[in-house]
Design a binder for this molecule. Sequence first.
Ligand code: AMP
Ligand code: MG
Length: 341
Amino acid sequence: MLNPKDTKILSTSDENILIAANLINKGEVIAMPTETVYGLAADATNPDAIRRIFKIKGRPQDNPLIVHISDFSMMERLTVNVPQIAYKLAEKFWPGPLTIVLPKSNLVPHEISAGLDTVAIRMPSHDAALKLIEESGVPIAAPSANKSGSPSPTTANHVFDDLNGQIPIILDGGSCKIGLESTVVKFENEEVIILRPGIVTVEDIKGYGFTVRLASGVFEPPDNDAPIESPGMKYKHYSPKARVILVDSDIDEFTKYVESNFSDGDFCLIFDSDSDTMRLPHLTYGGDSREQAEQLFKKLRELDKLNASRVFVRCPNKHGIGLAVYNRLLRAAGFEVVVIE
Ligand code: AMP
Ligand code: MG
């Protein structure tokens, strides 16, 4: 017998999207697929629904949510004084995995923006997400649909593992194509500042003639005395239960280091090409940065299922899409990196 409190996993048929849209309009919280990761979705204009998102996730109140839109008129209702540069950037990358931080209008509940005077907005490219926003007719706030702190979900089953019994439905759009959260940017005058790196890279944005800079929090642990540019940067994040140790070296040095530190219950997370020579227990997370982005969270969750106590991770390259993978691993590791030159 199905427990009535069990969360249902539904396909993204038109009929199910209607069911989901009705739930959103009633102020319920549900899970939806996007091209980046699964989102925990609710009506962005309903403060009660937003408070429930924070409660279900166990998310700290001062970590703001991204609002998902399906057309520019929604953006206009949610914002004021949008600079021209924002439209130029949105035209290039929307719909897609880029989030833009803008001055907010009074329509945005303060719960969403965690007390800031800005709101983070994205137009996703996933069909089911766009249809859900259109059907419900409201902008949808959606952080990743995981328990706060754990790796973001990239399949409906990941969401189920974290949130079964706490939400009525999960729309199952299959495995997320990208697998990492969106790139988050803000503007300072004519400069694009990257607050969180993602699949839209520094190079992609520069390629359209923009001036781009990475916020210091992308690489560094937070300084408690300094003002934070993006509240999400201050938490240990994306982390499996195992302790993650990021090892920055070539495969020979990596192997030597791990062999001399290895205990029972430990695992390695390495590149596909390392697998032939590795004799210790390991999983692989892809051959290039694109695959690593897609597989990282999935593999961190698998390591939890294997009860890994520690995971030695082969450090990805730090350029292009690799930078986004590195950024998530830095946080998963609580900034613990072993560098072997
Ligand atoms: P998540 O919902 O887990 O993908 O995280 C969303 C992230 O977007 C937050 O952790 C922040 O880093 C960023 N963000 C959301 N709203 C704002 C904002 N108003 N200003 C700066 N960063 C924001
Ligand atoms: Mg998240």
